[in-house]
Ligand binder design. Sequence first.
Ligand SMILES: [Mg+2]
Length: 231
Amino acid sequence: MFKGVFFDLDGTLLPLDLAELMNSYFRALAVKLSPYVEPRLFLSALMAGVEQMLANDGRGTNEEVFRAEFAWRLERGMEELQPIFDDFYLNEYRELGRGIEPRPEARQAVELAFGAGAQVVLATNPVFPRLAVKARLEWAGLADCPFAAITSYENSRYCKPNPGYYRDLLESLGLHGPDCLMVGNDTREDLAAAELGFCTFLLEDFLLDRGSLHEPTWRGSWEELLKVLGG
Ligand SMILES: [Mg+2]
């Protein structure tokens, strides 16, 4: 069995179309910050910050890289805005998840992995703050799971599909790629784990096929995933 089982969150454990969420998320955040920053300037600074994170080569945490770009674009420090961001993630952001029904199979899959003695990792692309990841875990009905690691922009210095993202995680957990499984819905971001020798499972419910150098070890529905996990 696998010593490490890594799960993507958006479109995998959490049944949602990420592109739709991002639209309402960014709009709501722009509204929240509108007393302080003109919304169009805010959105362009936000996008530039996200691009910098996606290109992060390990020179700092994703948060540091984001903040440097964001603050530079807005010509102001983050000190004044940070409490407003935090308040957003504790309030407005949580409302965005209304109506999302957790998938019982997601919990089954996570419990099977824990039951087999694996280290279970929430390997969500670390472009969001911890508070935002926690809110989405609540929407997925998995906030109580004792994950060995949860990636967020504070604790990561690469983004998927950079293999450095997976390498850092393996190192911090004392794991080796060939002993691990990565489960995700995105051919580009999640199958990149194969570069470190991971087995991969491409979950097709919210499939994002953006091309990949790697074929998944397995692909299919929840039913097939549960079989791979020994259920
Ligand atoms: Mg995904």
